[in-house]
Design a protein around this ligand. Sequence first.
Ligand code: 6PG
Length: 259
Amino acid sequence: MRPSDRVPEMTVSSPEIRILPSTPELFQAGASEFASHASQAVSRSGRFTVALSGGSTPRSMFSLLASGAVPGVPWERICFFWGDERHVPPNHPDSNYRMANQAMLSKVPVRPENIFRIPAENPNAAYAASAYEDTLRKSFGVKAGEFPRFDLILLGMGPDGHTASLFPGSPALQETKRIFVANHVAKLNTDRFTLTFPALNHARRVMFLVSGQDKASTIHEVLENPAANLPSQGVSPTSGSLLWLLDRAAASGLARSPQ
Ligand code: 6PG
């Protein structure tokens, strides 16, 4: 393995792992966590800053939140960001923004000025990433060299152990200075946009939401094999908490059930 493929070592603080009996219960637990952290953040600072994940898993959780299944979500006080995005326009079927907007944002009283979409339609991916970095600095009031501290970052995990758009062997795995970058993913032959490990690990709370048997062997590797060197193992908030929410199928490869 090339040194450039190495992933930052997970710090010793072990994450909380919560296994839900069914997939609907996984989404309910995720929605409850979201609502609880939103209320705590609003009480603490007057707003809740959250970076949404993409892919297919969170869609049902977003729909559940939009349905009002979990009462008391302070929608008017939530600032929505994205942890990663595909290099496509906002109306493209692959757009993480489009998925979140259709499933949730278009159905709840969130303030339009509090939705910070990644300008992924820009053909110049590096420029778009830099522009979003400026947006993050301005929204969080951080200077060059500092990192925003999200109240919550939602993450998923692919069968290859990627998270956000930090894919195995991709250049962004080594980024230690930037908040947000364009990242070329050779196996997909495309550019993606992603928060970097230092940005992810500066969060107050990171929550993985992982569902399905197809993730089981990778969950075992990520959570029980420190030598696996998979991108999801690089997520370990330095002064925050990490929660893995798994359904029973995704957790079925774990050698030991969490205490
Ligand atoms: C993306 C995601 C990505 C996702 C995983 C899992 O843009 O695709 O942010 O990191 O969370 O690929 O995707 P599924 O939920 O579709 O399995």
